[in-house]
Write a protein that binds this ligand. Structure first.
Ligand code: BTN
Length: 335
């Protein structure tokens, strides 16, 4: 478990006032009045913010001006970029953690609110699907986990991970300039390389889903992938040549996640169908030959789409229709 970042409530008031100042000066006495503290105490908070990477200029008589905010995932930065109702309103940021999914599970067991988000700068034991590790270096990417509570029985579980893939893909799109693609069940790719992986974990009783943890690793500014990742991974920066603000990507992704998960969990049938249609629209490989490895089985055929549970439908080379609930898809190349 990692250590929490502390937020002084007056810092939020100060930053909000400076942000609303729109690049102009906000006087120290105004801030002191807002907070009912002395001007010297305001000066102390300004210095603490500067130590955490905020660039704030001070001019005698005029006051303070916000020059720039750090590219950090600090709650004070993210708060300014959140446009959601629930998702991320409870936000926990850890500079280092074993796995954000594990951290969020602890929070969920303690009664954490639906929509709670845990973000880390670095993971020391990041987990991928099928028991694989997820390498999680500091300062470059996004590692986030979101708490979702579908109001249903496990047997009626809607395809949360597909909706999450749609939400994340659409949330990253503005930074890429064009839409990424999704690979079943829930990888996000750009030009055939992996940009984001999603690990969904569930806790359920026999008759009720308790909660679902959606964990996403999004490659944002990483430019060197080593070993086996060199050929298969990419990042937003690698695709666009530009460094992007992780906090801005996070704000966009959380807004989009809320939009698409709301449709799936609380929408009518038409809205649920819209999520599946959106997923299909991001999956240009549907209709092509694929090979799927699931446990000790390997199956080839034409991918025809997904059903309402999120299962992958394959028109098998063996002449049978298959419905797959888990596995790894590879596009079959024809030479
Ligand atoms: C995959 O195998 O493609 C899924 C990777 C999921 C990685 C993310 S990073 C944040 C969250 N915490 C984890 O330990 N794993 C997920």
């Amino acid at each position: 478990m990692g250590s929490d970042v502390e937020v002084d409530p007056s810092d939020l008031v100060i930053l909000t006032a400076l942000r609303e100042g729109d690049g102009g000066y906000v006087s120290g006495s105004h801030l002191a009045e807002l907070l009912s503290i002395s001007r010297a105490a305001v000066g102390k908070r300004i210095n603490a913010l500067r130590e955490n990477g905020w660039e704030i200029e001070a001019l005698p008589r005029l006051g303070y001006q916000l020059i720039s905010e750090p590219d950090s995932l600090h709650p004070l930065v993210v708060e300014g970029l959140l446009s959601t109702e629930r998702v991320g309103r409870s936000y926990r940021y850890l500079p280092e953690v074993t796995s954000t999914n594990d951290e969020l599970r602890t929070l969920a067991e303690q009664g954490g609110a639906e929509g709670s988000v845990v973000v880390a700068d670095k993971q020391t034991a990041g987990k991928g699907r099928l028991g694989r590790p997820w390498r999680s270096p500091a300062g470059q990417n996004l590692y986030l986990s979101l708490l979702v509570c579908p109001p249903c029985a496990p047997s009626e579980m809607p395809p949360v991970s597909l909706a999450a893939a749609v939400g994340i893909a659409r949330g990253i799109e503005p930074f890429l300039g064009e839409p990424p693609t999704v690979k079943w069940p829930n990888d996000i790719l750009f030009d055939g390389r992996k940009l984001c992986g999603i690990l969904t974990e569930m806790s359920a009783d026999m008759d009720r889903v308790r909660y679902v943890i959606v964990g996403a690793g999004i490659n944002v500014n990483q430019t060197r992938f080593t070993g086996d990742l060199a050929k298969i991974a990419t990042s937003v920066r690698q695709e666009t040549g530009e460094r992007v603000s992780r906090a801005a990507v996070l704000g966009s992704v959380l807004a989009s996640l809320e939009h698409w998960l709301d449709k799936l969990l609380f929408g009518d049938m038409a809205q649920r169908d819209e999520v599946l249609a959106e997923w299909m629209a991001l999956a240009p490989w549907v209709g092509s030959s694929v090979t799927v490895k699931a446990f000790d089985r390997e199956l080839s055929g034409i991918a025809t789409g997904i059903d309402t549970t999120g299962a992958l439908l394959i028109d098998g080379d063996d002449g049978l229709e298959h419905r797959l609930l888990s596995g790894d898809v590879t596009l079959t190349r024809h030479h």
